[in-house]
Design a protein around this ligand. Structure first.
Ligand code: FES
Length: 115
């Protein structure tokens, strides 16, 4: 998990309006694909690696977002493995965790914190 304390750069990803409500979209930064989620129901934004650790599919941006015991999560569209959008851990599974990124919104733009 990347935290706000170790951020070296805020990457300007896209405009707020470019992301679906209660859904995700993929942005690219250099060789990284990052899934960004506009979790409107919670009034929060989240970001994690787009690659699902299960079969290495670039898919998490197209996953279903929801909650598990109050914790925000995304479920991969392929085999429904779910990952915490806070810690990146595979919920109820044994897959490797995903990398998560801090997100901030300023002046109508979405920024992703990179370390
Ligand atoms: S590829 Fe994501 S759950 Fe299988």
């Amino acid at each position: 998990m990347q935290t706000k304390e170790n951020i070296k750069k805020w990457f300007k990803a896209a405009r707020v309006d470019d992301f679906p409500k209660n859904g995700g979209a993929c942005v690219k930064y250099k060789d990284k694909q990052i899934a960004v989620f506009n979790f409107t129901r919670r009034g929060e934004w989240f970001a994690c690696q787009n690659m699902c650790p299960h079969k290495k599919e670039m898919a998490l941006a197209r996953g279903m977002i929801g909650e598990s015991k109050g914790e925000p999560k995304v479920a991969c569209p392929f085999h429904k493995k779910a990952f915490s959008l806070c810690s990146g851990e595979n919920i109820n599974g044994e897959e490797d965790p995903v990398t998560t990124y801090p997100v901030k919104v300023e002046d109508g733009y979405v920024y992703i914190g990179l370390s």
